[in-house]
Design a protein around this ligand. Structure first.
Ligand SMILES: Cc1cc2nc3c(=O)[nH]c(=O)nc-3n(C[C@H](O)[C@H](O)[C@H](O)COP(=O)(O)OP(=O)(O)OC[C@H]3O[C@@H](n4cnc5c(N)ncnc54)[C@H](O)[C@@H]3O)c2cc1C
Length: 555
């Protein structure tokens, strides 16, 4: 008989609450919900590829968590007495990608997942312990590259696409680069995969050859299960903070709620490494953790979250709305909340992403002002937001340079702001400029600027670079259906012009309601939005209240 897996492996330390031990009282509460049973060495408690699994607490003995059980046999961790098994997918319902196999025989408490979910909703102490552990474990597994494998070349666009999709959805994965990893080639030959069939994704017993994002999401079980009902009360398009808040409030207030996102839940916020200005998180919180928590919370109340599902059209039909999706399907809803956000335009400078949040900023608030107090600051952009930022930051920074590509600040900025800037000694306006290089390790220290008229390059010290070169809303799919401002952001409430209100008859739209009765717009996609996580969340929750009012008017 072969040796049990994980022999000689130590239990991982309880880093960030990832691997706590439950005390006697906590285990007694779990025993009451499930059963205690003996387990044998080699017994599998759950296996990669399974659709779901129960919650297990080890009473005695040791359980190994294994990647590629039976083939690769990589032991990710072992858990001894009073530790519990599982990770975020137990609560989110996505597919299992690791196997739990008993190393040393003993006893386990086995709690059905439905009972665990109910407990998490009621037992605050256990809920905090389990949730914290699962969130930390997910981060550890991402770092450890445990989970599905992507085998593909670094030069392949599809490899990049799949990796980005996994990253944005916080799915742990290992990438084997065909260009540098000899084992990748061996693995492909063993699987009978031809080079032109790459990239491939391996997970459980499945091999997906250059899958679409939708096929990969189906393999991972990322979306809520089951087809949507013929008619939802509320469909939310876009799953950033605004959409997640709307999903949470919609479902918790009894509406049949379906939220869809083209790529991943979390939106732009999940690309922020630390959000410092969101209420209730004095130490800050990473955008992806905020999104993970919000997604779990919305699902807990029964919202269906579906990725990837890109809305490509909206049609009013017989007293409801049909949202057409990229894959050809349709989701029907009595009301719609549009929360598709906007994409900040970014500078085309190598390595920009590395400095985002540590020197490159897209907002100028008190928090950023504090970071660059008495420092030299650069601001890029010729519009009003750049001008306002220059005026505000010049009160805090040692000096501010406002860089514009053209030769005339007055071309795209309001006259009053131009006058104020010209009268402010601390602001220097630099025309015909473009940024060509960012320098500094690990944070931004200097910026190389090229004069577009002479080609001359100069290096400037700068702790902070503020970029205000516009944002484009994701509203192409709504063109002709709802009223927009000149930059294609959605108009709502009183901002909708009279000539666009025909569908209302004698009525007026509610605040946050667009020119289509029953279609609401929240968050960054909304004209004149604040572009903050908190305001997006606030609008998402407010819109649900107005959805109730609109539903009450329907026949
Ligand atoms: C790097 C960075 C750092 C930031 N830091 C902070 C900060 O510290 N504090 C703060 O308050 N704000 C911060 N912000 C701003 C904040 O993230 C946004 O204001 C907020 O995310 C807006 O939320 P939203 O839900 O309206 O839109 P988004 O977050 O943009 O989400 C929109 C979602 O809609 C989806 N979508 C788009 N089109 C479609 C379609 N056709 N069909 C289906 N889905 C679609 C997208 O995939 C996306 O997930 C930051 C932004 C960035 C980029």
């Amino acid at each position: 008989m072969s040796e049990p897996l994980g022999l000689g492996v130590e239990e991982p330390e309880n880093r960030n609450g990832a691997f706590p031990r439950l005390d006697d009282q906590q285990r007694a509460r779990l025993r009451a919900l499930g059963k205690v049973r003996e387990v044998e060495s080699g017994e599998v408690l759950f296996r990669d590829g399974d659709e779901g699994y129960d919650f297990f607490v080890v009473e005695s003995g040791v359980v190994a968590i294994v990647q590629g059980y039976g083939s690769e046999n990589r032991v990710i961790a072992v858990h001894g007495p009073h530790r519990f098994l599982g990770e975020l997918n137990l609560l989110s319902g996505s597919r299992v990608y690791l196997t739990a196999v008993v190393r040393d025989p003993g006893e386990v408490i086995q709690v059905p997942v439905a009972a665990l979910r109910a407990l998490v909703a009621e037992d605050e102490e256990l809920s905090n312990i389990v949730l914290r552990a699962y969130l930390s474990r997910r981060s550890i597994l991402i770092e450890a590259e445990a989970g599905v494998k992507v085998v593909g070349s670094r030069y392949s666009k599809d490899t990049r696409r799949l990796r980005e999709f996994l990253q944005r959805n916080r799915v742990p994965y290992q990438w084997m680069d065909l260009e540098t990893d000899a084992e990748a080639d061996i693995l492909l030959r063993a699987l009978g995969v031809e080079p032109d069939e790459t990239p491939v994704v391996l997970g459980g017993d499945g091999v997906l050859r250059n899958p679409s994002n939708a096929q990969l999401a189906a393999m991972l079980g990322l979306s809520s299960r089951g087809a949507p009902p013929a008619m939802c009360d509320l469909v939310i398009v876009g799953g950033g903070p605004a959409g997640l808040a709307a999903a949470l409030y919609g479902a918790s207030e009894g509406l049949d709620t379906q939220a869809i996102d083209a790529v991943a839940f979390g939106g732009q916020a999940s690309t922020s490494s630390r959000i410092e200005n969101y209420l209730g998180f004095p130490a800050g919180i990473s955008g992806s953790e905020l999104a993970e928590r919000a997604g779990l919370q919305a699902r807990k109340f029964g919202a269906r979250l579906v990725v990837p599902a890109e809305a490509v059209g909206l049609v009013r039909e017989d007293g409801h709305f049909a949202i057409q999706l990229g894959g050809g399907e349709t989701v029907n809803g009595l009301t719609v909340i549009v929360a598709t956000g906007a994409q900040y335009r970014k500078l085309d400078v190598p390595g920009l992403e590395r400095y985002e949040g540590v020197g490159v900023y897209y907002a100028a608030t008190q928090a950023e002002a504090q970071l660059c107090s008495d420092e030299e600051v650069l601001i890029v952009g010729g519009g009003n937001s750049a001008g306002q930022a220059a005026m505000f930051l010049s009160r805090h920074a040692a000096s501010c340079r406002l860089l514009i590509r053209g030769g005339d600040l007055g071309k795209s900025m309001s006259r009053y702001l131009v006058d104020e800037i010209e009268g402010r000694e601390q602001v220097e306006v630099c025309t015909h400029c473009e940024i060509v290089e960012l320098k500094g390790e690990p944070a931004l220290e200097s910026v190389v600027i090229r004069d577009r008229s002479t080609g001359e390059r100069t290096e400037h010290r700068a702790k902070a670079l503020f970029v205000f070169i516009g944002a484009s809303p994701h509203t192409d799919w709504l063109r002709g259906e709802v009223a927009m401002d000149e930059d294609c952001f959605l108009l709502t409430g009183r901002d909708v012009q009279d000539e666009d209100l025909l569908a209302y008859g004698d009525e007026r739209p509610y605040f946050l309601e667009t020119s289509q009765p029953g279609v609401f717009a929240v968050g960054d996609v909304h004209s004149c939005s604040i572009k903050r996580v908190a305001s997006a969340v606030g609008e998402g929750s407010m819109a649900v209240r107005l959805v109730h009012q609109r539903l009450a008017t329907l026949p």
